[in-house]
Design a protein around this ligand. Structure first.
Ligand SMILES: Cc1cc2nc3c(=O)[nH]c(=O)nc-3n(C[C@H](O)[C@H](O)[C@H](O)COP(=O)(O)O)c2cc1C
Length: 171
């Protein structure tokens, strides 16, 4: 199947999570295309979609939200997965979890997941350091690639089921 991974990232950490998911899907025989949301002009030709976004100021990035606005019905019509990555604690990240769950419900996503991200203070502008005050104490790479790959493996399992159902329906 052709799978679109549309991933909004500012400093690359979430993009690398998308790349890791894409490699798992490719290793499992799917065709995965990783794009920034702004590069997505159409979802025609994609059988399934994974939308990912970094979390900034408790929210998904505008490019990810804009993609959902532009293609809502098309995303709803396809097997869809959502993920975000951030560094807030579960309590201070509650707003993000709620946003992700609401988006998942709205679009009928098969699953949504919040992964831990990466923060490199040296790569931030002064304004970003000020804005990131609440998470600056979490500097470092907290991404759990084993968990990310397990999640991607679950997506691959479901895609295989969808393929098998479609093959049965056309037999
Ligand atoms: C300015 C700024 C604000 C942030 N705000 C949040 C936040 O509200 N909640 C959260 O979970 N993480 C927050 N983070 C952490 C980022 O989500 C985390 O570093 C993420 O992995 C960055 O992904 P990226 O490299 O793809 O941009 C913030 C980071 C920065 C620099």
């Amino acid at each position: 199947m052709n799978v679109l991974l549309a991933v909004a990232s500012r400093h690359g950490a979430t993009w690398e999570i998308g790349a890791s998911i894409a490699s798992v899907l490719t290793a499992r025989g799917q065709r995965a295309t990783l794009l920034e949301p702004a590069q997505v002009g159409s979802v025609d030709g994609y059988d399934a979609v994974v939308v990912g976004s970094a979390v900034y100021l408790t929210s998904l990035l505008p490019d990810a939200r804009d993609l959902v606005e532009r293609f809502g019905p098309e995303l709803q019509a396809r097997p869809l997965w959502l993920f975000a990555s951030g560094l807030a604690s579960p309590s201070s990240g509650a707003r993000t979890t709620t946003e992700l769950a609401a988006l998942g419900d709205q679009l009928g996503a098969r699953d949504h997941r919040l992964f831990r991200g990466r923060l490199d203070r040296a790569g931030l502008s002064f304004a970003e350091r000020v804005a990131a005050a609440g998470v600056l104490n979490r500097e470092g790479d907290h991404r759990d690639f084993a968990a990310i790959e397990r999640w991607a493996g679950g997506i691959a399992d479901e895609l295989e089921q969808v393929q098998a159902e479609r093959a049965r329906a056309t037999a």
